[in-house]
Design a binder for this molecule. Structure first.
Ligand code: 5GP
Length: 214
């Protein structure tokens, strides 16, 4: 049986650049899967259904919620966001690592259900920078951008409860750090037991006398 995959939770306020970071990580590690959440908010310009999110109605969301189809869910600025359970579980069972890009509340719920999940918080280098990034987006009205900024503050206050914090100042550095976290997780002793067993099993087949003479 495959070793189950690893869950990586990635949170960070809107404008922290976590989407770009995740995209860069997945280019380097295409075997990692990214869970596509279901959401009741309208798509932003450029967002594709089934790729960025599954955009569904509130009725559909509530029906799925009733059926227990979400691993976790949360409301954010009046909209529902949820992680569909079936796909994530299938990936994990097949041995694939899975990224959940979810907010602070969702991260707390997942950590309770899956304590081995590794949580990573992406921080902007400063509030000023975050404000500028959000203002530069121009995909939302002023009021929503203000609400996101307040929400960002609330989320950043929770950064200390995560396993890792990455400051997204220079993208290249941040991507390297994210890769290091993923890499280090793969090297944890509990994740290496099959490899170690293989090496030890191989030792039985070595002709020690011959190899000592080499
Ligand atoms: P946005 O509207 O900017 O795409 O996302 C708003 C917030 O919702 C972000 O912090 C994002 O990480 C979070 N989010 C996206 N999908 C999910 C989800 O399935 N569950 C939870 N709990 N949060 C989500």
């Amino acid at each position: 049986m495959n070793k189950p995959g690893q869950v990586f939770i990635i949170s960070g306020p809107s404008g922290s650049g976590k989407d770009t970071l995740i995209k860069a990580l997945m280019e380097k590690r295409p075997e990692i899967k990214l869970s596509v959440s279901s959401v009741t908010r309208a798509p932003r310009p450029g967002e594709l259904n089934g790729s960025h999110y599954n955009f569904i109605t509130k009725d559909e969301f509530l029906r799925m919620l009733d059926n227990g189809e979400f691993l976790e869910y949360n409301t954010y600025l009046g909209n529902y966001y949820g992680t569909p359970r079936a796909q994530v579980e299938a990936w994990l069972q097949s041995g694939a690592d899975v990224i959940l890009e979810i907010d602070v509340n969702g991260a707390g719920h997942v950590k309770k259900k899956l304590p081995d999940a590794v949580s990573i918080f992406v921080m902007p280098p400063s509030m000023r920078e975050l404000g500028e990034r959000l203002a530069g987006r121009r995909t939302e009205d002023e009021e929503t951008a203000q609400k996101r900024l307040l929400e960002a503050l609330r989320e950043m206050e929770c950064a200390g409860s995560y396993d890792y914090i990455i400051i997204n100042d220079r993208l290249q550095n941040a991507v390297r750090q994210l890769e290091c976290v993923v890499e280090a997780q793969g090297c944890r002793a509990e994740n290496m037991t099959e490899t170690v067993k293989g090496v030890l099993k191989d030792a039985q087949s070595v002709n020690w006398q011959t190899s000592q003479n080499v």
